[in-house]
Design a protein around this ligand. Sequence first.
Ligand code: MN
Length: 273
Amino acid sequence: MKILITNDDGINAPGIVALAEAMRDAGDVVVCAPDSQQSAVSHSITLHKPLRCKDVPNFPVEGVRAFSTNGTPTDAVLLGIHAVFKEKPDVVISGINGGPNLGADVTYSGTVAGAMEGVIAMVPSIAVSMGAFENLRYKDCASFTRTLCEIVFKCDFPKDILLNVNYPNVAPEEIKGVAITRLGQRWYDDVVHERVDPRGRKYYWITGKKVLYGPKEGTDAFELERGYISVTPLTLDLTHDPVIKKLGDILANPSEFTESKCEFPFDVVRNPG
Ligand code: MN
């Protein structure tokens, strides 16, 4: 099995080392990851500067080929496939991220984007994140990830789906189980801090410490909080199916739905759904 590992915390992050260690004897393992912290870069791709893909001879896991790039996690996956393996791997694993990726986090996450790029290449892919920020039990999570790969990706599993895993940072005996979840709602409060620089000019720092959860059973944040390992199947098709028909109805006959007199000087073509 050819295994491509990436992350967004950078090639020197402890999470990627733990993951490579857990996967090392599962097949031909290549680690290709950014040379610096790339968290929250989302699915960005580098198109306007040269990309390097450097050998990392001192990567601390024996038997694993490791490379670093000056690009993003998405770039790292593309380089891993096209410059290192020179063919599609059997699986792409992105992580282990030092912090959760729940709900809307997946739209900012470089970790999740690494797995998205794998799915775009039609390679079964998985994004893995720890459900906490400190004293992280990467080794336990890496071991779970190895088992999950062995089970799921040896089945006839759809290739256009990625799995987003969030692992509770507790001892294995305290884990309640594995929950198949959907994306939940999670908001950061106190997001933009206004400060003043030494010259008296305002500047801003985006942060958001306090997290608010939408408490809903079956969602990733809720089940993680209850002590379950959250596994969410994600698709890149962001289309909202239930609203397709209604949107066609509204745009074709606005006067039935609103007092507004606006209408388009064009035909509205309904989507067959
Ligand atoms: Mn990160």
